[in-house]
Design a protein around this ligand. Structure first.
Ligand SMILES: C[S@@+](CC[C@H](N)C(=O)[O-])C[C@H]1O[C@@H](n2cnc3c(N)ncnc32)[C@H](O)[C@@H]1O
Length: 300
């Protein structure tokens, strides 16, 4: 790690009482740490001024990401940083394009510390729903409230466990399945079994009006990534369940989505970034990773 996301802070805030974010929820801090570091780069692909505050609020004794400095964490981050940076920019663009083309609702599935409700210029009237576990949303809201942050859309948090049927909770929060929606499934498919990933896509499809857009990323596990995670914690090894086993284009098309899938190496090259080592097709111990957008029915 070459820079400290806690310094050069352009936003003022009081120190918050450190909180822990156990289990799968803690992975959201790993992503926030990468976004905080990316935001300090002169050649950054995006600026997320909120990410560093989530890291600062995390209990560094309870989270490897809060500490942000162990050699094992640095090794893992060096493998993942460009994947997260490139996917963030790609998905920012995909969601904004969809919103500008008529998706007045946005749903961030497993939102974690995603600050798009605050940092992107949404068209007026956009409603944005954030789905995640209750304790993750509580942590996030505490940090944002402390900052006095103002969303650039109508933001609604929906505390839910994605392993259950979350559609009633989403509808009760004001979501309208008859309006086209821009969905985001970022950093979540890998943490689901193949069946659970299929169920997630089925529920998204059921709740999608024609013209809805789904943006997502997916990453294969590999010998390289497993070893890097094992050096941090056994829990982190177990959290990776693999997600869809089918090719993403076929997986999406089978449910009526018209997919456009890009390999992360190609997307990184388009941003002037190297292929992330964990997804380098020239390494036998690495896997592959993809970015995708898909539209339900209609023309692209
Ligand atoms: C790696 S983080 C990605 C967060 C965010 N999408 C991003 O890219 O910044 C994974 C997120 O999935 C959430 N998650 C995992 N399993 C979940 C479940 N069963 N129900 C709700 N959220 C879940 C975690 O709480 C965490 O916030």
């Amino acid at each position: 790690m070459t820079s400290d996301p806690m310094t050069s802070d352009p936003m003022t805030s009081d120190p918050v009482v450190p909180q822990s974010l156990p289990g799968i929820g803690g992975t959201a801090l790993g992503v926030a740490l990468i976004r905080a570091l990316e935001s300090t780069r002169p050649d950054r692909l995006f600026d997320d001024p909120y990410a560093r505050h989530f890291i600062r609020a995390a209990d560094k004794h309870a989270s490897p990401w809060g500490a942000g400095g162990s050699p094992a964490v640095e090794q893992f981050l060096s493998m993942m940083a460009d994947q997260v940076a490139v996917r963030t920019l790609y998905l920012d663009r995909a969601l904004l394009d969809a919103a500008r083309q008529g998706c007045g609702q946005v749903v961030l599935v497993a939102c974690g510390m995603d600050a798009r409700a605050y940092r992107l210029p949404w068209p007026p009237g956009t409603a944005l729903f954030e789905l995640d576990l209750a304790h993750v949303l509580d942590f996030k809201n505490a940090v944002l409230d402390r900052l006095g942050a103002t969303a650039t859309c109508h933001r609604v948090g929906v505390a839910t466990d994605l392993r259950q049927d979350w559609l009633p909770a989403l509808a009760a929060s004001g979501f309208d399945p008859d309006r086209p929606t821009a969905w985001l499934a970022e950093g979540i498919l890998y943490a689901l079994s193949s069946d659970a990933a299929g169920t997630l896509l089925d529920r998204i499809t059921i709740a999608s009006a024609l013209g809805s857009v789904l943006a997502l990323d997916h990453a294969e596990d590999s010998e390289l990534l497993r070893a890097a995670r094992a050096a941090i914690s056994a829990e982190l090894v177990e959290l990776w369940q693999g997600g869809p086993v089918a090719r993403l284009d076929g997986w999406l098309a089978a449910r009526g989505w018209r997919p456009d899938v890009t390999d992360i190496a190609q997307a990184a090259a388009a941003c002037g970034r190297p292929t992330p080592s964990a997804f380098d097709p020239n390494r036998p111990d690495a896997g592959r990773a993809w970015l995708a957008t898909a539209r339900l029915g209609g023309t692209r």
